[in-house]
Design a protein around this ligand. Structure first.
Ligand code: DX5
Ligand code: ZN
Length: 222
């Protein structure tokens, strides 16, 4: 798998969501940030809105759950049509069961770690995961500064995936833009979330292609 770009609709115009979803159709995934005002201080959208987004989006949904009780809620997002569901390790009671439930519903299972969570906590789970999301900002808001000190987590995960003979997808989320994407890819990331970088651009399609091309320049693994 090459470099994949996942624009985050957190930076879209929520009053013109369908228009802004169609504007990023050149990407690989549509990144949908679900926040509950508890796990993170911010509050966005929930199941009924995600269900409608799944119906109108030309891209598969990459749902990022920044919510409490993902054991209960994560499978529901797969049921309404998310192709990939990411839950936070810090909020999960039984991450293996969540991953199994997601895969059982035909979705890709993904687990996220916040900047303060050591990568060692997610390593024992990679056999049941399709992707790991390494947060490169504190979750909750778009437009924050990229944390380059998270890169060793990606490298550790890439090495562990290679050692296991796996093609674990590694996602970075937060502050990914033209000036940071090559750092992420060189460290082992291959699925790049970009919210403000894509939506601030006049031509969203051109920005997505520029990000992908920059990533491909430094992408080595198969
Ligand atoms: C932050 C969200 C991100 C956010 C990224 O908690 O998970 O997906 O939209 O926004 P940028 O790309 O602007 O940092
Ligand atoms: Zn996100």
């Amino acid at each position: 798998m090459g470099i994949q770009i996942a624009p985050s609709i957190l930076s879209a115009d929520f009053a013109n969501l369908e228009r802004d979803i169609l504007a990023v159709a050149d990407a690989d995934w549509l990144h949908v940030d679900v926040m509950d005002g508890h796990f993170v201080p911010n509050l966005t959208i929930g199941l009924p809105v995600v269900e409608r987004i799944a119906q109108v989006s030309p891209l598969p949904l990459d749902v990022h759950l920044m919510i409490e009780d993902p054991d209960r809620w994560a499978p529901r997002y797969a049921e309404v049509g998310a192709a990939s569901v990411t839950f936070h390790l810090e909020a999960a009671r039984d991450p293996r069961t969540i991953a199994a439930d997601l895969r059982g519903l035909g979705a890709r299972a993904s687990c996220a770690i916040k900047p303060g969570t050591p990568v060692e906590e997610v390593l024992p789970l990679i056999d049941v995961l399709d992707m790991v999301l390494v947060m490169t900002v504190e979750p909750g808001f778009g437009g924050q500064a990229f944390m380059a000190d998270m890169m060793p987590k990606l490298t550790t995960l890439r090495e562990a995936s290679d050692r296991a003979g796996r093609d674990l997808w590694l996602q970075a989320d937060g502050g990914v833009a033209r000036d940071t994407i090559q750092t992420v890819v060189a460290a082992g990331g291959d699925v790049l979330v970009a919210g403000s970088a894509v939506y601030a651009a006049e031509d969203r399609g051109a920005e997505i292609r520029a990000l992908r091309a920059l990533g491909e320049e430094v992408h080595h693994h198969a």
